[in-house]
Design a protein around this ligand. Structure first.
Ligand code: G3P
Length: 227
């Protein structure tokens, strides 16, 4: 599975990157707005932090196909080839995905809420498809089943597009989506930290340290107790 960080906050992205391998950073206009600065400042900072080898997913704000395509070209010129243009799957969005594909741009279809939207976006040329798990759960739907159904539809139809599951609010949702076999998950930095953290792990470490210090002396390690 590939880990993506859904954030435009440099310190938080860095924190996750220090802890585990990150395949990409995903942003959208809402995420950029949280940083309360010029969006290009945030995007340049992210690209500088992650380098060219890590994917950066940036969403177009335009609503009309031609404007989306123009905006996408503008974005890629500034953020480099390994940039994926996020396009919401509106009617204009589907047309834009086709056009972007023909221009050789990398596309992530976003705001996906049904398996058929995902399949058609993949036929239009999207590399990644981003279903919104928590937003489906919030309307009494089943976000995990959505991911499962998209995956099985893509498989049955021989599509090579990948699911990049998005919109998570709990560790449980991430686990359940990972168990479906989803290969890419994007979540906020705080949620990734929650995934990695467990109070019993901290408790166990505390016990090991106390016992070792009783045996030796405070602050000692195996490296400093050689006979
Ligand atoms: O990447 C899309 C994602 O950020 C949407 O998540 O939390 O706004 O539902 P959320």
């Amino acid at each position: 599975m590939k880990i993506y960080v859904d954030s435009a906050n440099i310190e938080s992205i860095k924190r996750v990157m220090d802890l585990c391998p990150v395949a990409g950073v995903t942003t959208n206009p809402t995420i950029l707005s949280r940083e309360k600065r010029n969006p290009w400042e945030s995007l340049y900072n992210i690209r500088r932090l992650i380098g060219d080898a890590i994917e950066l997913h940036t969403q177009v704000v335009s609503q009309k196909t031609e404007d989306m395509v123009e905006e996408a070209q503008f974005i890629v010129k500034r953020l480099g080839k390994n940039t994926f243009i996020k396009v919401p799957v509106s009617f204009e969005g589907f047309k834009a995905i086709r056009k972007m594909k023909s221009l050789g741009l990398n596309v992530t279809a976003t705001a996906v809420f049904t398996p058929m939207q995902a399949l058609v976006a993949s036929l239009c040329g999207a590399t990644y498809l981003a279903p919104y798990v928590n937003r489906v759960d919030m309307i009494s739907g089943d976000g995990v089943s959505l991911v499962q159904n998209i995956q099985s539809l893509l498989e049955k139809q021989g599509s090579k597009a990948e699911v990049l599951a998005a919109s998570f609010k709990s560790v449980e949702q991430i686990l359940r989506v990972a168990l479906t076999g989803a290969k890419c998950i994007t979540a906020s930095p705080s949620l990734w930290l929650e995934v990695l953290r467990h109070p019993l792990t901290d408790h166990a470490i505390q016990g090991f340290t106390t016992d070792f210090e009783k045996l030796t002396a405070p602050g000692k390690t195996l490296a400093t107790t050689v006979k």
